[in-house]
Design a protein around this ligand. Structure first.
Ligand SMILES: Nc1ncnc2c1ncn2[C@@H]1O[C@H](COP(=O)(O)OP(=O)(O)OP(=O)(O)O)[C@@H](O)[C@H]1O
Length: 238
């Protein structure tokens, strides 16, 4: 899983969002949002419920078409891509971890992880080799046990392994610890925030949990359609 001669260089932009604007009905959710994430960097996005955090991730994944703005992932603007081109760019460059893991419960962890590689066009032997290696590295027990029988933390580790199997440049996590108890939350957060340093990708974590958000290199708050760096906001004047 080494990233070869590029290494986790912080000079390499993995996500560059410019002037992102999107409304749903008459609500302006995103109003000229800008966001830059470099290889090896972690960013937390917080903000009130319904402020548009998941919509922002949806735009970065190319699942939501914004009204305006540009989104470069790994150097290519995905707002200009369609269909298979978009799917290929997404599966090669972006890994995703959701709150409930979204794993197939009847499959084993190795099958769940290998499936993501198979869908990206990797051959079966290589897909299972990568899956086994990642699951070992992330300390997920993986025999013939269906994923449904794993603990919440093990399932979330499996979800991280699945998100990493295609060596993405950008890892997105939407409430990755929302369904976990405090101790498990901490161990999954340890794992997630170790990813940029170990694998050299950029990490964006959407979370309501401020103890999780505090572990990122930067925290941004989505308010009134704009992303504000926490710590830089102007004083509240009422
Ligand atoms: N496809 C859609 N159709 C109609 N309304 C939508 C759609 N997608 C999102 N919304 C609305 O847009 C707003 C923003 O939703 P979004 O899920 O992005 O917020 P969020 O900040 O992620 O919220 P939470 O923290 O509660 O997950 C919400 O009011 C939501 O109901």
């Amino acid at each position: 899983m080494e990233r070869g001669h590029h290494g986790p260089s912080r000079d390499v932009s993995v996500l560059s969002v410019r002037g992102l604007t999107h409304s749903i009905g008459d609500r302006v959710l995103l109003q000229g949002v800008g966001l830059d994430v470099a290889a090896g960097e972690s960013v937390a996005v917080t903000g009130p419920s319904g402020s548009g955090k998941s919509t922002l991730l949806g735009c970065v994944l190319g699942l939501v078409r914004p009204d305006a703005g540009g989104i470069e992932v790994a150097g290519a603007d995905l707002t200009r891509m369609r269909g298979r081109t978009l799917e290929r760019h997404r599966s090669r460059n972006i890994g995703v971890v959701f709150q409930f893991g979204e794993l197939l419960p009847e499959l084993t962890p190795a099958e769940n992880v290998a499936l993501a590689a198979l869908l990206a066009g990797v051959g079966a032997d290589e897909a299972y080799r990568r899956a086994g290696e990642l699951l070992d590295e992330l300390r997920v027990p993986h025999g013939q046990t269906p994923t449904a029988h794993l603990s919440g933390g093990e399932r979330q580790r499996t979800a991280v392994a699945r998100a990493l199997v295609n060596e993405p440049k950008l890892l997105l996590a939407d409430e990755p610890t929302g369904a976990l108890d405090e101790r498990t939350r901490d161990s999954v957060a340890d794992l997630l925030f170790s990813v940029p340093g170990r694998w050299g990708c950029g990490l964006v974590v959407v979370t309501h949990d401020l103890t999780v958000a505090a572990r990122a290199d930067r925290r941004l708050d989505l308010r009134g359609g704009r992303l504000v760096t926490v710590g830089d906001e102007p004083g509240v004047t009422g």
